[in-house]
Design a protein around this ligand. Structure first.
Ligand SMILES: Cc1cc2nc3c(=O)[nH]c(=O)nc-3n(C[C@H](O)[C@H](O)[C@H](O)COP(=O)(O)OP(=O)(O)OC[C@H]3O[C@@H](n4cnc5c(N)ncnc54)[C@H](O)[C@@H]3O)c2cc1C
Length: 383
């Protein structure tokens, strides 16, 4: 019977739930807000399908022969609305044009993040943009299998652990499946996200009507987080000043399994990997205008075909693979769990967002002063 040996050995991918022939496994939220499988012992027929399907029990190795490209979507609107260079939108539109279906992470009406399927170009915007919270897979794996078995082309996108879960669940190669993952720093807790949304709603006194997690109007590197509210109020902060982004970037609220990721580096199974091309100014300066450049890593011939099919809509340059990930350690290294993570997570589970933030993530007076001095120096000596 399925038993999660420890919290860092479950990514909550939902493969066990999807494969269960008697529907006796549910994903249940723990105190930190992450989903873990719970088996109904009364219903379980002990067939072992869940154990065999779990990607932690079936480690597969991805391909090691990689090609890397710096890529920019020629459509400026799509690019500015995307987190990096806007490559995802082109892959999605191409699959939809061919009659296919695209799976990706989308906010529902309450800004809970869920995986959903789209098959219309007008809905691509729903999946566009990085959302920094773990996505609930719901029944995405079952739905994808149904489309695949019916011969429909499917583009399935997500984190490396979600792609490993899908592959473990499907158990066979489908010619009509293209998988795309991201370089992933780690996924934050949905409970922390909910508490932050409550905090923003309380501050503005009205319902949220729009969220942009990567607003690039002041630049790709200086991106900000922006909210719009029903009463017309707006909130916008550069990411290093926004409390939620600070908690995320300090690694205080990531899923336990993210601190020892089993699916990054060459273990990733996706056909194509997308990321921010951090360090592009040092590798290919002409591909950097601070509006966002994507790093596209081709992992398989199918990934290469998918990239070839969108090439006329992008500006691109091939780069040596090792150079492409030099400034993006999350490609193969998991982030370190900070000593105060447990304290932060226990506190936020009991109290509200601002209390936990002030206690664990707010800058001290000394740090704020240091940052201010650095900012002044940067302004004075800017070329
Ligand atoms: C939690 C998280 C951590 C990341 N960490 C890094 C990093 O360390 N280094 C780096 O270079 N890039 C990282 N990225 C990826 C990067 O921000 C862009 O998403 C990626 O470069 C694709 O950009 P794009 O412009 O082509 O497409 P966009 O339109 O910006 O991205 C859309 C794609 O991202 C997927 N997506 C969005 N949010 C989620 C989510 N929460 N879970 C699963 N899939 C999601 C959508 O399904 C879709 O496939 C991270 C993204 C997320 C969501």
């Amino acid at each position: 019977m399925l038993k999660v040996p420890s919290k860092n050995k479950c990514s909550g991918c939902s493969a066990c739930v999807s494969i269960c022939p008697v529907n006796c496994i549910k994903l249940v939220e723990d105190q930190e807000g992450f989903l873990y499988p719970k088996v109904d012992d009364q219903k379980c027929v002990k067939c072992g399908a869940c154990v065999k399907t779990c990607p932690y029990n079936n480690e597969q190795k991805g391909q090691t022969d990689k090609k890397a490209f710096a890529v920019i979507n020629k459509d400026q609107h799509e690019r500015m609305e995307s987190s990096s260079g806007g490559v995802f939108s082109l892959l999605a539109k191409d699959v939809i044009k061919k009659g296919g279906v695209v799976f990706g992470a989308c906010f529902n009406q309450d800004y809970k993040l869920e995986h959903m399927a789209i098959d219309s170009e007008k809905d691509v915007y729903k999946l566009r943009g990085a959302k920094y919270v773990q996505s609930d897979m719901n029944d995405a794996f079952n739905k994808a299998k149904e489309f695949l078995d019916n011969g429909r082309l499917v583009l399935f996108t997500g984190t490396p652990c979600q792609i490993a879960g899908l592959k473990g669940y499907l158990k066979k190669e489908y010619q009509n499946l293209i998988t795309q993952d991201i370089i992933c720093h780690g996924v934050p807790s949905p409970m922390v996200w909910r508490k932050y949304l409550n905090y923003r709603t309380m501050q503005s006194g009205a319902k949220i009507t729009k969220i942009s997690t990567r607003c690039k109007k002041d630049g790709w590197r200086r991106y900000s987080v922006a909210f719009t509210f029903e009463n017309g109020k707006e909130y916008e902060r550069q990411h290093d000043l926004d409390p939620y982004s600070r908690v995320f970037l300090k690694n205080l609220c990531l899923r336990p399994s993210c601190y020892s990721c089993n699916f990054n580096g060459d273990k990733r199974l996706a056909d194509i990997t997308l990321a921010d091309f951090w360090g592009i100014e040092k590798v290919q300066g002409e591909m950097d205008d601070d509006k966002g450049t994507s790093l596209v890593i081709i992992n398989t011939p199918k990934g290469e075909q998918a990239f070839n099919d969108i090439k006329e809509n992008v500006v691109y340059i091939k780069v040596p693979f090792e150079d492409s990930i030099k400034h993006n350690p999350s490609y193969h290294i998991s982030v370190v769990e900070p000593n105060n993570r447990t304290g932060f997570m226990q506190t936020i589970a009991q109290k509200d967002f601002s209390y936990a933030y002030d206690k664990y993530a707010k800058d001290s007076f000394g740090n704020k002063t240091k940052k201010l001095i650095k900012k002044i120096f940067r302004k004075l000596f800017r070329r």
